[in-house]
Design a protein. Structure first.
Length: 313
């Protein structure tokens, strides 16, 4: 008797798989359709293709645009950019601080200069008339000397002392103090023109004055003249002096006179006085202050017309 070989497991499952595929195909095509469709078949119509393409396009993730910054350098570039901005901000702050400080310093200094200038203007006259004016004298070389010779360039001031060579104590003390002031100013490269005008022209000839001043600072210029010319110079500077009446020729006498140093600016105008009670150091400080605050008249007028002109009025 002939016996059939037993079916393998794969052979037994094959009809079931075919039946399952047929059912799925029937569900996709729908009832009434006579064209079987393969399970993995794709639509062949144009509309279906477009719809599938749209669906597939939507399903794909969108790609980001490539960065223009080189790969690996974006963080460093951004860091450098942030550092540059921060550095620039600090530079701007420092410029503002330094600029504000300089402007404040300049404004304070200019204000102090103007204060001194106004004080000088008030001291130039005690009501009326002004201190200082025209005079005619001669120096120790018998050369004419007038008020115009007190005008100097480069902001160089002058200082005038009235006295006489036969003075026993006051004049030598004051001329020693003048020498100390001149020496201190030279150390700071400040040139001051010193003058000695005698109040005793009857005894103080140019030769005697020249020899007398050699015991003090050699830069001091001695001035004398006729009695009337000396009297006029003293009057211009409000210097009091007197000699005893009825003095006989050859008789010794003392001259009473005012004891002040008269400080004149570079334009030959009176600035201030330095009294006998002032020390050489105090005199030097006063002279430096006035020299530093000095503004020529032409420059002063020009500044009045500038945008800070209100400070100079």
């Amino acid at each position: 008797m002939f016996r059939l070989a037993p079916l393998t497991r794969q052979a037994r499952l094959m009809p079931l798989r075919q039946f399952s595929h047929s059912i799925r195909a029937f569900q996709k095509v729908g009832p009434g359709s006579s064209d079987p469709v393969k399970p993995d078949a794709k639509p062949t119509t144009e509309a279906g293709a477009k719809a599938d393409a749209a669906t597939e396009t939507d399903a794909k993730p969108k790609k980001r645009p490539l960065s223009r910054v080189a790969i690996g350098g974006s963080n460093q570039s951004q860091g450098r950019s942030n550092n540059s901005i921060e550095f620039a901000s600090w530079k701007a702050v420092m410029v503002l601080i330094v600029g504000g400080g300089l402007f404040t310093w300049w404004f304070s200094r200019e204000k102090e200069r103007l204060r001194i200038q106004k004080e000088v203007e008030s001291k130039r006259s005690y009501g009326k008339p002004l201190i200082g004016g025209p005079f005619k004298l001669v120096d120790t070389n018998n050369q004419p000397f007038t008020e115009k010779d007190l005008v100097h360039d480069n902001k160089e001031f002058s200082i005038i002392y009235f006295g006489f060579t036969h003075c026993p104590d006051v004049c030598p003390d004051e001329l020693d103090k003048l020498g100390e002031m001149l020496a201190a100013l030279r150390k700071d490269n400040i040139k001051l023109h010193p003058y000695f005008i005698t109040c005793d022209p009857a005894r103080d000839s140019p030769e005697i004055i020249k020899e007398y001043l050699e015991d003090f600072d050699p830069s001091i210029v001695g001035l004398t003249g006729t009695y009337e010319n000396v009297k006029n110079a003293c009057k211009q500077y409000r210097v009091y002096f007197s000699t005893p009446p009825d003095v006989k020729p050859g008789q010794d006498y003392l001259v009473d006179h005012s004891i002040f140093f008269y400080l004149m600016d570079a334009e030959g105008k009176f600035v201030d006085v330095i009294g006998r009670e002032a020390t050489a150091e105090q005199g030097v400080e006063k002279i430096k202050g006035h020299i530093d605050a000095f503004i020529p008249e032409s420059e002063r007028q020009a500044r009045k017309e500038g945008w800070l002109g209100f400070l100079y009025k």
